[in-house]
Design a protein around this ligand. Structure first.
Ligand code: DX5
Ligand code: ZN
Length: 227
């Protein structure tokens, strides 16, 4: 199953409720939280996530690009997020944090920046509901997709199969009509798209088109045979 998560980073922040409605067929709404320390950009925090969760029926997929994730991530669950992603590079105790997120009732997810390898985290994977592989350096929308991340996506998919895990594999950054098939073929099954959705004339149609492309590419992908 291919899921498409539009990133509201590319939406109009003054009209967030309407922008959420414009992509109601999406699986999740991707919310990028940035603190101007972990990444050189500042976006939004707990109060806006809380307001947005009341304004849309689409579940929120909060991507925390912030330092001190151990302290803040649980507050995003309380604010109404259905999935909370912390960065491996920003969590002091990722196992404890993932367990806390799950215990509070959300899906627990961990993200890796482009230069962070997956291999040291192999034993942690059963603690997670999703693993996010960044396909750009985090911080800004509209950047070019990093093809050099495809081997990491493949290796992660192999680890998921090897351990028989129900772990979603998300890609984020530069995902568009020209790159989504490569991601799906390599093993991703959750796709974040900011500019490719909100930059389109019809965002809802862009979501459908991206999902169709991902589903078709997955059908012929070696990793998905028999799924
Ligand atoms: C970047 C954010 C992404 C961003 C993606 O740091 O994590 O979610 O919104 O935007 P596009 O799809 O335009 O690369
Ligand atoms: Zn993101």
């Amino acid at each position: 199953m291919a899921q498409i998560n539009p990133s509201i980073l590319s939406a109009d922040f003054a009209r967030l409720a309407e922008e959420a409605k414009a992509v109601e067929g999406a699986d999740w709404l991707h919310v990028d939280v940035m603190d101007n320390h972990f990444v050189p950009n500042l976006t939004l925090g707990v109060p806006i996530v809380e307001a947005l969760s009341k304004a849309t029926a689409t579940p929120l997929d909060c991507h925390l690009m912030i330092e001190d994730a151990d302290r803040w991530a649980p507050l995003y669950v309380e604010a109404g997020a259905g999935s909370v992603t912390f960065h491996a590079e920003a969590a002091a105790a990722p196992v404890r944090l993932a367990r806390e997120i799950r215990a509070k009732g959300a899906r627990a997810s961990m993200a890796l920046k482009p230069a962070t390898p997956i291999e040291p985290y192999e034993d942690l994977l059963p603690e997670l509901d999703m693993l996010l592989i960044m396909t750009v350096e985090p911080g800004f929308g509209g950047q070019a997709f990093l093809d050099i991340m495809l081997p990491k996506i493949r290796r992660t998919r192999e680890l998921i199969s090897k351990h028989g895990l129900e772990l979603w594999l998300q890609v984020d950054g530069g995902v568009s009509a020209t790159t989504i098939e490569r991601c799906a073929e390599a093993g991703a099954d959750v796709f974040v798209a900011g500019s490719a959705v909100y930059g389109a004339k019809d965002p809802a149609e862009a979501v459908r088109a991206l999902r169709d492309q991902a589903v078709t590419a997955t059908e012929t992908a070696p990793w998905a045979c028999g799924h």
